[in-house]
Design a protein around this ligand. Structure first.
Ligand SMILES: Nc1ncnc2c1ncn2[C@@H]1O[C@H](COP(=O)(O)OP(=O)(O)O)[C@@H](O)[C@H]1O
Ligand SMILES: [Mg+2]
Length: 284
């Protein structure tokens, strides 16, 4: 397994070292010394004749939260789905460029898609528990991936529910239907299901957009906890949320990556005029 660490050399004032990928200089310098868990290189994506992503080179440092922001339709979800090949299931789509997970191209011929999706898990906008018990929802991924024996299952399910800050609320009714949980609980259950299989990266596409402010607060708190163990990428249309939960933010516009930097820098002193216009609400 090769390891990418952003070197100081790449971050010299002159921008990327000769031969380096044309990542924006600001992003590269803020990533100095960080271990990179995932990375896209010159990624283009097409839905049939329509190109949705142009030339996206982006590095995702491990064990922290990276937020994707930008106006609706700018390609955030498309890009997110490129990171675990979830777009493969959409007919007539085409990817060019590379996506590396621990240095290996996930679009390479040797990729086992089931294993990839275990390593790069996903939580969707609308919580989607299976119409089964709470226990079965969390055990599902462990079962299909053969990751736990029957005997180990209760312990693994409890661990996942604890990690998702849901255990105390459901421990007395693990056999009850997941459909009886509140929206916020269902979303935390989906997070439990995703973390149960010990992914390296957790992708979340607007995980709070259907939740009320209290449930949103709980999920945000949970994301903050989970970054100690997982590399997290969250799409959000809520800039306050990006500012609250992420260390790095990537701003997309019309299928391009405009700016990628430390969240604090991007929101207080953006490098691009268009970023400033967006974060100050001049369009979007
Ligand atoms: N399944 C699809 N088929 C065709 N076009 C799509 C599909 N999904 C998204 N698109 C188009 O790709 C572009 C990016 O969409 P999307 O990634 O959903 O943006 P965002 O998540 O930033 O709102 C949009 O123009 C959208 O209409
Ligand atoms: Mg989207």
């Amino acid at each position: 397994m090769s390891e990418t660490v952003v070197s100081e050399m790449e971050t010299s004032a002159g921008g990327p070292a000769p031969g380096a990928e044309p990542t924006s200089a600001a992003a590269v310098s803020s990533l100095a010394g960080r271990k990179i868990r995932m990375e896209s290189k010159r990624l283009n994506f097409h839905y049939g004749p329509k190109q949705a992503l142009w030339d996206i080179s982006l590095q995702i440092p491990e064990k922290t939260v990276t937020a994707f922001i930008g106006p609706s339709g700018c390609g955030k979800s498309t890009f997110l789905r490129c990171l675990n090949r979830m777009n493969d299931i959409i007919p007539d789509t085409r990817v060019e460029g590379d996506v590396l997970l621990d240095g290996n191209d996930i679009y390479g011929p040797g990729t086992d898609i089931v294993d990839l999706r275990r390593r790069v898990g996903m939580v969707f906008q609308k919580s989607n528990p299976f119409p089964k018990s709470i226990f079965e929802n969390v055990a599902y991924g462990l079962k299909i991936n053969g990751l736990a024996s029957r005997g180990e299952m209760p312990e693994r399910v409890e661990k996942a529910l604890r990690r998702a800050a849901l255990w105390d609320e459901v421990k007395d009714r693990l056999d009850a239907s997941a459909m009886g949980l509140s929206g916020g609980q269902q979303q935390r259950l989906c997070i439990a299901r995703a973390v149960a299989v010990e992914p390296e990266v957790l992708l979340m596409d607007e995980p709070c957009s259907a939740l009320d402010p209290i449930a949103t607060g709980k999920v945000e708190e949970l994301i903050h906890e989970l970054q100690r163990e997982f590399t997290i990428v969250i799409v959000t249309h809520n800039m306050q949320q990006a500012a609250r939960v992420s260390e790095f933010t990537a701003f997309f516009m019309l299928g391009r990556l405009v700016e990628h930097d430390r969240t604090e820098k991007l929101f207080t002193n953006p490098g691009q005029k268009i970023t400033e216009d967006y974060i100050t609400g001049r369009f979007g």
